[in-house]
Structure formats: C-alpha cells, structure tokens
Design a binder for this molecule. Structure first.
Ligand code: ZN
Length: 457
C-alpha cells in the first residue's frame, strides 16, 4: 500500500501456557515470509499482538493461585524465549492488548456511533446483520454462521454477533474503566485496535493459522471496515495449515501437543525449522518423530556437503575450463527465487538447495571445480540460509565444541552465584536457580563441599 513498505500483522499468542510446535510452525512460516520480503528489498514492519487479557488466562491463574498479570508476563517471557530459540527474529514489535485499552475503547465508541454495535446488560456486541460482508472471508452465509453459536448470550440480537466489551461480572478482578462501566475487551477487537494504531485502517498482509479465519479474522474485517468505512482491511490474508499428529490437529484442547521447549530439548532449532519448511506453509504437516528425524538427516547431508566444499577450498585447482558451473549457480539461484516468488514455496526452494550441493559435490569428486567456484557455492548457500533462517554451512565440530564450552562456563557461573547466595542463607533465590536449571534439564548436585557439580538429564 505504501511504495516499498510492507506492513505485516500476525496473530500472536494468548499467554496462559507454553506454546506448542503447532504454533511454532505458524511463526516460523511468517518469519520466512518477512525475511524473504526484506531480501527482496522491502522495508517490512512485522507486528504481532500479545493477548495478555483473556478468560483462559484468568481461569488458569485462579487454578494455580497466581495473579493473571504475573501469569501472563511469565508465559509472554517464555514465548519470546521460545521464538528466539527457534530463530524467529523478524518481528519488529510485540503489542500487548492491555497496553492498548484506550485504543480499544475508542474503536468500540466509533462502532456504536456508526450503529454497528449495541449495548446490553452483559456487554457491547457487534451487530453482524449491519455488516453486509460478514462471512465473506470464510465463504459463509448468515444461516451458516448462525449454526456456529459463537458466544451464546441471550441478550444478543443475532447469533453471529460477537462481543467487543465484556461487562464486569461478580468476582471479576481484571477490569478497566470504560464508558459502559468496568469490564474488559473481547478478543477480536484488540487486533484491530492494535493494527489501526500502528498501520492505520488498511494494511498489506494479515497472517495466522487456518483455524483463525472464523470467527476471529471475519470479526476483524467487520470491526475495522465498519469503523473506517474503508475496504479492504488487508490486501492479503495468509493462513498456515495445521500441524497434525496421526491425522488430528495438534491443540491444547485435544491434549496431543508437544511444547516448543520439549522439542528443543531433543532437537536443534534448525532441525525443526528445516522440517517445517519442507512443507508449503498452506499445507498441513504430519508430525512424527520419524519425519523430524528424516528432516534432520537431510539437513545434515547438506551440511556435510558444505563441509566437503570448505575442505576443498584449499585443495581444488585455482582454475578450470569455462563457466559451466557459473551457469548452474545462476540456475540454482533463479530456481530458488522462483519458488519463493510463487507464494513462498519453501519445499521447492529447498529442492534447489539440494540440487546445488549435489552438483558441487559431484564436481569436487571429479576434480572439475575451481576454488573460486566453491567459494561462490558456499556464498550462495549462505544467502539461501539467510532467507530461510537456517545455517547450511557450519563446521559442526567447532560449533558443537564452542557451544559446549560456553554452556559449561555459564552453568559454572550460575552455580558459583548460587553458592554465594547459599552462604548468605538466601535459600529462596538459591532454590529458584536450582529449579530453573532443573527446568532446563540440568541437575545440580549439592554436597558438603558446595554446589559446583551438575549433570545433564
Ligand atoms: Zn488475532
């Protein structure tokens, strides 16, 4: 919409628990979208919301006797740690719902003024019958929508009406003042209040998982287009397919989920990223350890090839005959870019990577490649890796060794700190460090001599 700028918004997490690898799939996909657009020369503003007020957060907080606010902050922190660990680095700004309550209230006021929303004794609702495009994104008629019974509430005018503001009920502690008394925002309105704040009433790309199309994204369109009178809310909707386990979607409600932390305890982030990118973002992924294991060995094959290239940088001849190789590099690059240009087709892009390394390896074995060409090939691999957020070229032994050393030193430092705390009888903090380390599968062994020993579970 604006020259060289791409405004991208993706629905963020509701922070009441650790995110699972189904979520990771979505965020990795959009990380690659943002990286590729940047590579193509766009200036990308990638915005995500954090839903830090929600019934699920309040319920969970009650269950474990924590305040909803501290629970939300804890899982927000853990979410951001997970994203960093997965190499999801392209989000420019995370906007918390609770920090945009004023904007949310303003948007609801506009909707009431324009007669798109009405007040009842339980809250403020959007009147779907007033918005002629309701159901368009999910291709549903008013009768279809009536069947869903979203948010059953007897005070609503139409079954498809959704809540913009929930009035305080007995016992509610998480509330804000509003023109309609104390209460809290509905889920859908936070997104459009946040996107309007940073992007205005229209922007380029909205992303999220497939199951958010209805009612969530449908509601967003209704809210913003009704409030602004401008269509469309976004130029492109992009939805990621599910990550399935034995044919069923991985989800909290089905209890068949694996958290990002669990998977990163057993696999490297790159292995999981590679696994995700072997499927097109719109397609479902069938998750199994076998499939992940296979992805890991495919990635390892590419890395082995890259190591062979590196070893031959010195051994290969300075020059060979004319540029057959250069042609195949150009072809690899153009096939990679064509695949990415075609709706971010990462599996085809990865095929171009495989073909490139196979080709170069063959020529190394045939002694028909020069040093310079190997250097070019390594450079190209680096470029592909940058776009996908993967490292194809690592001298594995060195990195593993270096990471191991640093990890050992850091754990040592923590244990020394903990010993100082113990000496000062600050048991609470000392125990906290031990339990946090334990979460990371590092067991601290206390003994009379002190607490300098640990083992990895
Ligand atoms: Zn959302």
């Amino acid at each position: 919409m604006h020259d060289n700028r791409v405004n991208l918004f993706v629905c963020g997490p509701t922070v009441y628990d650790d995110s699972h690898i189904g979520h990771a799939r979505t965020y990795i996909a959009f990380d690659v979208v943002a990286r590729y657009l940047k590579y193509k020369g766009f200036s990308v503003f990638y915005l995500q919301n954090i839903t830090d007020v929600d019934d699920k957060i309040i319920r969970r907080a009650e269950e474990i006797g924590e305040s909803p606010r501290s629970l939300a902050r804890k899982f927000e922190r853990r979410y951001l740690e997970d994203m960093r660990a997965l190499g999801v680095t392209s989000v420019n700004y995370y906007a918390r719902a609770t920090e945009h309550i004023a904007e949310i209230i303003d948007q609801i006021k506009v909707l009431i003024e324009k007669d798109f929303a009405y007040e009842t004794e339980t809250g403020i609702y959007f009147d779907e019958s007033r918005f002629e495009y309701f159901g368009k994104l999910s291709h549903q008629s008013a009768e279809d929508i009536a069947k869903h019974r979203i948010e059953p509430d007897l005070t609503k005018k139409n079954p498809g009406d959704f809540s913009l503001w929930k009035k305080r009920q007995d016992g509610d502690e998480v509330t804000w003042d509003s023109p309609w008394g104390k209460g809290r925002p509905g889920w859908h309105i936070e997104d459009t209040a946040i996107t309007e704040t940073y992007f205005g009433s229209q922007y380029d790309i909205h992303g999220g998982a497939l199951d958010l199309i209805f009612p969530h994204h449908e509601a967003e369109i209704a809210q913003m287009e009704a409030a602004s009178g401008k269509r469309p809310l976004v130029r492109y909707w992009m939805h990621t397919g599910f990550l399935n386990v034995k044919g069923e979607k991985m989800s909290k409600s089905l209890g068949n989920f694996i958290t990002i932390r669990e998977i990163l305890n057993r696999y490297k982030a790159d292995d999981f990223r590679f696994f995700v990118l072997l499927a097109h973002y719109r397609r479902p992924i069938d998750f199994s350890e076998d499939a992940l294991e296979q992805a890991r060995s495919s990635l390892e094959r590419i890395r082995q090839a890259a190591r062979l290239m590196e070893e031959n940088l010195e051994l290969a001849p300075q020059s060979i005959g004319e540029g057959e190789i250069d042609l195949s590099f150009a072809e690899a690059r153009s096939r990679f870019m064509e695949a990415m240009d075609n709706d971010f087709n990462t599996p085809y892009a990865l095929k171009a990577v495989f073909d490139l390394v196979r080709d170069v390896n063959r020529r190394i074995n045939e002694d028909s490649i020069s040093r310079e060409e190997i250097r070019d090939a390594l450079y190209l691999l680096g470029e592909f890796g940058e776009i996908l957020g993967l490292r194809f070229h690592v001298t594995e032994r060195e990195t593993a060794k270096r990471t191991e050393d640093v990890t050992h030193d850091l754990i040592g430092l923590l244990l020394e700190t903990r010993q100082v705390l113990r000496d000062r009888r600050e048991w609470h903090l000392a125990d906290e460090i031990r339990s946090k380390l334990n979460d990371l599968n590092i067991e601290v062994e206390d003994s009379r001599e002190g607490s300098g020993r640990y083992s990895m579970k």
